[in-house]
Write a protein that binds this ligand. Structure first.
Ligand code: SF4
Ligand code: SF4
Length: 460
């Protein structure tokens, strides 16, 4: 817990003090800006991309179909999502073991949206000093105007975020039309407001508190660290004893370390901590303190890197080890899972068949001494192109199939039900038996599937 937030006089609750992070420029800040633009760009633009007749990425819950460019996932394919989640979790463990909280600093939605909200805040209210001055200033027309503008822009941005989120589940162009005419359904309205509201509160007001108090990852990530994990760290041996000095002074002769105690590293920290106190769970590894300290070191003419990415072993002057049992195990597992995923998804059967018995009639005895059963054959075409299917039956001698055909057209990503009658000579049966119904695309014979059904006979 930072000093600013320590409870007073033994009280258990400490009110949050707003943090005004100082603006910083540097190589890591540039990387963060690129990451914010890339990730937000993908998030806001992706639902607007078209793929043929439909939206390229659409999680169509009512139709139970997830479209991701040329790929359509059906409920039967949802294990792919579980598979992806396992890969994502392992990747998080792998990168955490390797490079600490990289995800938190550069790619976590909380960090990314907070960064965007901070930019809006700076654009409207000015620098850190101007923001603090405005906060202390008495209520006035100018203050209301500035604060009001900021809250309005935050709200507009948050609602756009909520609208985009819902646009992944409802065709976004349709949704935009509905919003323009105030005709959205209750669930669409709820989710736009809910997601927009969550963005507004989390990125505008909660900010570092989400990382400190709500994020479970912050709590357990240190369990994945070892002495070879890359962390953002202050080189205590080099920096201490800290203290102010005049430029050009031989600080070593005065017994001082390289830290000039300017507190720039604390002022730029979005979570308000002092990295010089060691690794703290509040640190989201944004590297702003590295950029700030490097700038100071450059000004005073000392080598950069007093605060830097390093490992515990590196700080102790011992060799760094990237290949360790845990990184090798995580890396191998991820590689195997990705290879398995790629193979399975490219080799999955794009058609399926369900053979359902007509429950209204058990069987019919025909005048020509044959038994007839009626079924409903459901042809599922998961392919991005439509196909013509032929249906055949097998499993008993003399089996014959009758349906409106011989070709059944099934559109891309569609299901077609076909009533079929299957007839078998009475003397081929000794009671009921299992039969096989096969569907096969006429243009692509590898697109085929077989379903099993029970054929009911009088002695069954
Ligand atoms: S200590 Fe440094 S890296 Fe950690 S959150 Fe603060 S500024 Fe970012
Ligand atoms: S920015 Fe560098 S020199 Fe300044 S207080 Fe922090 S560690 Fe010391």
């Amino acid at each position: 817990m930072s000093e600013a937030q320590a409870p007073v006089d033994g009280e258990l609750y400490a009110a949050r003090q707003k943090i005004y992070p100082r603006e910083i420029d540097g190589r890591f800040q540039k990387l963060r800006v690129y990451a914010v633009f890339a990730l937000l760009g993908i998030y806001y633009l992706l639902p607007w991309i078209r793929w043929g007749e439909r939206q390229a990425v659409l999680f169509d819950l009512p139709a139970r179909k997830f479209h991701i460019f040329s790929l359509t996932l059906w409920p039967q394919d949802f294990y792919f999502l579980t598979w992806l989640l396992i890969i994502a979790a392992l990747a998080l463990f792998f990168f955490t073991a390797l490079a600490g909280r990289l995800f938190c600093g550069y790619a976590c939605p909380q960090t990314v949206w907070t960064e965007a909200f901070v930019w809006i805040e700076r654009w409207v209210e000015g620098s850190r000093t101007q923001q603090m001055k405005l906060a202390r200033a008495p209520l006035s027309g100018a203050k209301i105007l500035r604060k009001g503008t900021k809250y309005f822009l935050w709200l507009a941005f948050a609602l756009w975020t909520g609208f985009t989120f819902v646009g992944y589940f409802t065709p976004i162009a349709e949704l935009a039309g509905k919003i323009a005419t105030f005709s959205t359904g209750p669930w669409e309205t709820f989710w736009v407001l809910f997601y927009g509201g969550a963005t507004y509160v989390n990125a505008g007001f909660m900010r570092e508190q989400v990382c400190k108090y709500m994020c479970p990852y912050a709590r357990f990530q240190s369990a994945m660290f070892d002495k070879d994990t890359l962390i953002i760290t202050y080189d205590e041996t080099r920096g201490e004893p800290r203290g102010a000095r005049k430029k050009g002074t031989d600080h070593k002769a005065k017994g001082l370390g390289d830290c000039v105690d300017c507190t720039m590293c604390v002022q730029v920290c979005p979570t308000g901590i002092d990295i010089r106190k060691g690794l703290q769970y509040e640190c989201i590894a944004c590297a702003a303190c590295i950029d700030a300290c490097d700038e100071v070191m450059e000004k005073v003419g000392y080598p950069k890197g007093l605060i830097r990415y390093d490992t515990q072993h590196g700080l102790e002057g011992r060799p760094k080890q990237v290949l360790r049992p845990r990184t090798v195990v995580y890396g191998t597992l991820i590689a195997l899972l990705i290879a398995g995923f790629a193979w399975t998804i490219t080799h999955r059967n794009l058609v399926g068949v369900d053979v359902i018995r007509d429950r209204n009639t058990l069987f019919r005895e025909l005048p020509d001494e044959r038994i007839e059963n009626v079924y409903n054959v459901k042809i599922l075409n998961k392919d991005a192109a439509g196909h013509d299917f032929r249906i055949s039956a097998a499993g008993l001698p003399g089996i014959e199939i009758d349906y409106t055909g011989p070709i059944v057209r099934v559109g891309p990503g569609a299901v077609q039900s076909v009533p079929v009658r299957i007839r078998i000579p009475e003397d081929a049966l000794e009671g009921g038996a299992d039969i096989l119904v096969t569907i096969e695309a006429t243009d692509q014979p590898n697109l085929a599937a077989t379903g099993k059904a029970r054929f009911i006979a009088p002695t069954d």
